[in-house]
Design a protein around this ligand. Structure first.
Ligand code: NDP
Length: 297
C-alpha cells in the first residue's frame, strides 16, 4: 500500500480562507475586527520566526495583529501588567505568550493570568479543565489542527483505536482528549510505555508527538492506519546542511499506512491556521455571535 499524503499546507490554506471569510462578515455586518496580541520575550531566533509569521498571517486574513516584543530580562510583574492590559482591551480577542519563557519567569503563573476567553493557545488551566470535561473551551492549536485533518480524511472517528505517542500538556494530552471526544478508544504512550511497537501496531490512528527523529518505523504501523506526525526535528544531511524530519520514518511508514502527514508540510502549517481560527472563534464568542463552523472542536 502507498499512503495518501495528507497535505497540511493545502488544508491550512482552506482553513485560513474560512477564517478570512468569517473576519469579513464580522467587519462588514458587525463592525468588529478580530485582534490577536502576541507577546515575545527575548531574542530566541526560532521564536522570532514564529512570531513574525503569525503576525503576517494574522494581517493576511484581515485581523489586527498587536506585537509586544519585550526584553528577556522583563520582570514577572511587568509581564503580568501587560497581560492585564491586554485582558482589558476590547480590541484584543486573542492573547498568545510565545513559549518558552526565560527561566526567571513562572510559565504556569503567566499563562494562567491570561483571560481564559482570550487564551487562544488553550493552555490556561480553565481551558484544560473545560476540554477534559467535554465543555466548550479554547483548544490548543496543534492538536486542533490534527483533529481537523483526521475528521477531513475519515469523516467519523468513532470507534477507532488511536495511539498518541507523547504526553505533553501542549500536544499529547489535549490530542488524547480531542480523540476521546470524537469517540476513539485512546491510548497515551510515553517514554515508560512497555513494548511501544506492539502498542502502536494496535492503532488505526497514530499521532506521533515525541521529538525524536524518525523513531517510528513502518513495521510498527498497522497496514492502512493513519499516521499524524507532529514531530519537527532537524537532522544532518549526508551531503552537508540539515533537513527537517518528523517522529515517523516517512518512507517506511508511507509504504504501510493508509494516510500520512509529511514533515514539513503536514501538521506544522495547521498550527498557525488554528491559531487564527481560535482568534476568530474567541472574537465571535466575546461578542455573543455565532461561531464559525468547522473551525472549532
Ligand atoms: P515534549 O518534549 O514536551 O514531550 C515529548 C513526549 O514524548 C513526552 O511525553 C515523552 O515522554 C515522550 N517520549 C520521549 N521519548 C520517548 C520514547 N522513546 N518513547 C515514547 N515516548 C517518548 O514535546 P512536545 O509535545 O512539546 O513536542 C513533541 C514534538 O512535536 C517535538 O518534535 C516538537 O518540536 C513538535 N511540535 C510540533 C508542533 C507543530 O506545530 N507541528 C507544535 C508543538 C510541538 P515522558 O513524558 O515519559 O518523558
Amino acid at each position: 500500500m502507498t499512503a495518501t499524503v495528507i497535505d497540511g499546507k493545502a488544508f491550512a490554506a482552506t482553513v485560513r480562507t474560512k477564517v478570512a471569510e468569517h473576519v469579513t462578515r464580522l467587519k462588514e455586518v458587525h463592525g468588529i475586527t478580530p485582534g490577536l496580541a502576541v507577546v515575545l520575550l527575548g531574542e530566541d531566533p526560532a521564536s522570532q520566526v514564529y512570531v513574525r509569521s503569525k503576525g503576517k498571517m494574522t494581517v493576511e486574513v484581515g485581523m489586527n495583529s498587536f506585537e509586544h516584543k519585550l526584553d528577556a530580562q522583563t520582570s514577572e510583574a511587568e509581564l503580568l501588567a501587560l497581560i492585564a492590559k491586554l485582558n482589558a482591551d476590547p480590541d484584543v480577542h486573542g492573547i498568545l505568550v510565545q513559549l518558552p519563557l526565560p527561566g526567571h519567569l513562572d510559565s504556569d503563573l503567566v499563562i494562567n493570568s491570561i483571560d481564559p476567553a482570550k487564551d487562544v493557545d488553550g493552555f490556561h488551566v480553565s481551558n484544560v479543565g473545560l476540554l477534559g470535561t467535554g465543555q466548550k473551551s479554547m483548544v490548543p492549536c496543534t492538536p486542533l489542527g490534527c483533529l481537523m485533518m483526521l475528521r477531513d480524511h475519515h469523516g467519523s472517528l468513532s470507534g477507532m483505536n488511536a495511539v498518541v505517542v507523547g504526553r505533553s500538556n501542549i500536544v499529547g494530552k489535549p490530542m488524547a482528549q480531542l480523540l476521546l471526544g470524537d469517540s476513539c478508544t485512546v491510548t497515551i504512550a510515553h517514554s515508560r510505555t512497555k513494548d511501544l511497537p506492539a502498542v502502536v501496531r494496535q492503532a488505526d490512528i497514530v499521532v506521533a508527538a515525541v521529538g525524536r527523529p524518525q523513531m517510528i518505523p513502518g513495521d510498527w504501523i498497522k497496514p492502512g492506519a493513519t499516521v499524524i506526525d507532529v514531530g519537527i526535528n532537524r537532522i544532518d544531511k549526508p551531503e552537508g546542511g540539515t533537513r527537517l524530519v518528523g517522529d515517523a520514518d516517512y518512507d517506511s511508514c508511507a509504504a504501510v499506512a493508509g494516510a500520512i502527514t509529511p514533515v514539513p508540510g503536514g501538521v506544522g502549517p495547521m498550527t498557525i491556521a488554528c491559531l487564527l481560527a481560535n482568534t476568530v472563534t474567541a472574537c465571535s464568542r466575546a461578542n455573543g455571535l455565532k461561531e464559525p463552523e468547522g473551525l472549532t472542536a
